[in-house]
Structure formats: structure tokens, C-alpha cells
Write a protein that binds this ligand. Structure first.
Ligand code: ZN
Length: 94
């Protein structure tokens, strides 16, 4: 009986992990004051436009700041933010 219960528990945890992988994290960040929120719409602080950003999982390189060929940090903002706010900068990098 106890082994049946254990196998059911394992199966449940696998299903839950698969779901987490398929769900992409999206946060909405105000372009003007960079306040973040879980919902789209106008910024509750300044009324500015919010953009949908995908910051990725822990350890994703998209979370790091932009670094040039010499290893200098170009901006302190993470790459997922730059992609939304300065797409032409990211095009130059490619
Ligand atoms: Zn704002």
C-alpha cells in the first residue's frame, strides 16, 4: 500500500513540473518609472505604458546585463529589459 502511494506522489510531482516548464513567466514593467506588475495596463504609479517582459528562469543569460566584446558592462539593466525598451541596441549586438 505504501509503495502505491509513493508512486502516485511521484507522478503528481512530475506533472506539476512539466506544467511549470511550459508556463513562461511574464511580468509587466512600466517604461517610464520601471515599476513592475503582474498585470498589463497603465502603470499604477505614473500612468505610463507597461511592456510585457519575459525575464526567463534563474540562471538564464537573458537576466544578465549587456556586456560588450571587451567584457565591459554596457548597461546595468538586464537583457530582457533592453529587448523591450531599446530593441535597436540588441539588433546591433547580433
Ligand atoms: Zn510608471
Amino acid at each position: 500500500m505504501s509503495s502505491l502511494r509513493a508512486s502516485l506522489t511521484i507522478k503528481a510531482s512530475i506533472v506539476r513540473r512539466d506544467k511549470a516548464v511550459s508556463e513562461e513567466i511574464v511580468i509587466y514593467v512600466c517604461k517610464r518609472c520601471t515599476a513592475s506588475a503582474g498585470e498589463s495596463g497603465k502603470c499604477e504609479f505614473c500612468g505610463g505604458e507597461k511592456v510585457a517582459c519575459r525575464p526567463g528562469d534563474d540562471g538564464d543569460p537573458i537576466r544578465k546585463p549587456l556586456i560588450d566584446a571587451q567584457g565591459n558592462v554596457v548597461t546595468r539593466a538586464p537583457i530582457w529589459w533592453l529587448k523591450q525598451t531599446i530593441p535597436q541596441l540588441m539588433d546591433d549586438e547580433e
